[in-house]
Design a protein around this ligand. Structure first.
Ligand code: 5AD
Ligand code: SF4
Length: 457
């Protein structure tokens, strides 16, 4: 029987969460998930389209897979996710070893498509939905440590930042029924998980109105709502955090324009909501932020940073930044460096601008910063951020943190690693400790990326 499926995932956490949904949908229809690509009848690649180099990586991977296809002529390759949505059927013309294209809102139809693919050369389904949230599907957990898991709470994005392809690949924003989110988190907790990360392209615009029908299969009657019958992100966070004080709750990613004081107050009153906020800034220049359609100024962003420090003095802050957006001058770049010096992020994801087809930038702006200048600016940001992260970590020496143990350290089996509430990785001696336990660790040493400590009673 041709029913073994191998799933490979590229891109963001949202894509990892989607692959877990795809795995569940296929398993429920009798397909087997395999970890051995050599045994697969179907290889499904869940793809990312955010930057050109993400797409090039996938094209290289498709080239590599040709060798496997020669050995196993019945093998079928499918492309899922953002790149499938962006390129649609074109991708099957350009990559003639691909026989299946499935966009992010069409995964429920995947089993049926796989069953038909052997009788047909090519199949594609890239229809986007305004309501699909896969709310009733309990994801299979891939590569799980049994301690930490992702829960997707909303899909899509309609912010239309000028550089970003996501609104085109993932469609309109829609939120998932909070009852199904709480039920999924509770079920994970009961299975021994101790940390959930609530995921969405723009989590803090999460919004559920209680006259929406319950998801299929949901028979819980009650859900807490805000006073006006609406569950917003702060209420949802409180509901998940109140499952158990032993369950840590994280979230990603927030848009600065939606980071409300109300959310910060909910965080402050729930110690198990982790003290870490990822707040992508993208640029420190007012002019570039306007051109990017970010809808905040550097002053406004810094005001949100002040609010975080006010409500959550021990909160770590991380960011995303893009170097070399259209028309960026040296002065704009210096404004970004200045902002980094002011905020002093604990971590940053730093990118070179990559022009994406169909975005506002592609239609209306010119990619006029030379590549070597982009590279140079990116390197300056990386160097500055590396210095700041190291200095921030040096300040941690001597402090004691509660750490949730996740597993053996990558370097040595005699050591374990975990994270503190601030999401910093901390390594310490194994002793007779187990993943899933909370321990107090005093920090002894550090690098820019890791804290090294000792367990204290
Ligand atoms: N070029 C470079 N970086 C981008 N990002 C999004 N689109 C682009 C692009 N076209 C970055 C942003 C975003 C992160 C997920 O990827 O910083 O926050
Ligand atoms: Fe995730 Fe965006 Fe990449 Fe899609 S394009 S996988 S949403 S990062």
């Amino acid at each position: 029987m041709n029913n073994q499926v191998y799933i490979e995932t590229y891109g963001c956490q949202m894509n990892l969460a989607d692959s877990e949904v795809v795995g569940a949908i296929l398993q429920n229809e009798g397909f087997l998930l395999t970890k051995e690509i050599e045994q697969a009848d179907y290889v499904l690649i869940n793809t990312c389209a955010i930057r050109d180099n993400a797409e090039q990586r996938i094209r290289n991977r498709l080239r590599e897979l040709r060798a496997l296809q020669r050995q196993r002529p019945q093998l079928r390759i499918g492309i899922l996710g953002c790149m499938a949505e962006r390129l649609q059927q074109r991708l099957m013309v350009e990559e003639d070893n691909v026989s299946l294209i499935v966009g992010p809102d069409a995964y429920r139809r995947l089993p049926q498509m796989l069953s038909h693919i052997n009788n047909s050369e090519h199949l594609a389904d890239t229809e986007l939905s305004t309501s699909e949230t896969y709310a009733d599907i309990e994801p299979v957990r891939f590569d799980t440590n049994g301690i930490t898991a992702y829960i997707s709470i909303m899909r899509g994005c309609q912010n239309y930042c000028a550089y970003c392809v996501v609104p085109y690949t993932r469609g309109r924003e829609r939120s998932r029924d909070p009852r199904t989110i709480v039920a999924e988190a509770r079920s994970l907790f009961n299975q021994g998980y101790r940390e959930v990360t609530l995921l969405g392209q723009n989590v803090n615009s999460y919004r559920w109105t209680n006259n929406q029908p319950a998801a299929p299969g949901d028979n819980s009657q009650t859900a807490e709502h805000g006073s006006n019958g609406v569950t917003g992100f702060p209420q949802l966070m409180a509901m998940v955090a109140e499952i158990s004080p032993l369950l840590r709750v994280r979230f990603a990613t927030s848009h600065p324009k939606d980071l409300s004081d109300e959310l910060l107050q909910v965080m402050a009153s729930h110690p198990n909501i982790c003290r870490c906020i990822h707040l992508p800034v993208q640029s420190g220049s007012q002019r570039i932020l306007k051109l990017m359609n970010r809808r905040y100024t550097p002053e406004w962003y810094l005001n949100r940073i002040d609010a975080i420090r006010h409500y959550l003095p021990d909160c770590s802050i991380t960011t995303d930044v893009i170097a070399g957006f259209c028309t960026e001058t040296e002065q704009d770049h210096q404004a970004t460096l200045d902002l980094f010096r002011q905020v002093r992020y604990d971590y940053a994801y730093m990118f070179k601008f990559s022009m994406r087809p169909d975005t506002y930038a592609a239609k209306h702006l010119i990619d006029d910063v030379p590549d070597d200048v982009k590279t140079q600016r990116l390197e300056q940001i990386i160097a500055l951020q590396g210095q700041i992260a190291l200095e921030n970590n040096q300040k941690e020496i001597g402090r004691t943190y509660e750490v949730l143990i996740e597993g053996p350290s990558h370097r040595s089996k005699a050591q374990l690693f975990g994270r503190n509430s601030q999401n910093k990785v901390i390594v310490f001696d194994r002793a007779d400790l187990q993943p899933g336990q909370y321990v107090n660790v005093r920090i002894l040493r550090c690098t820019a990326a890791t804290l090294i400590g000792e367990v204290i009673a």
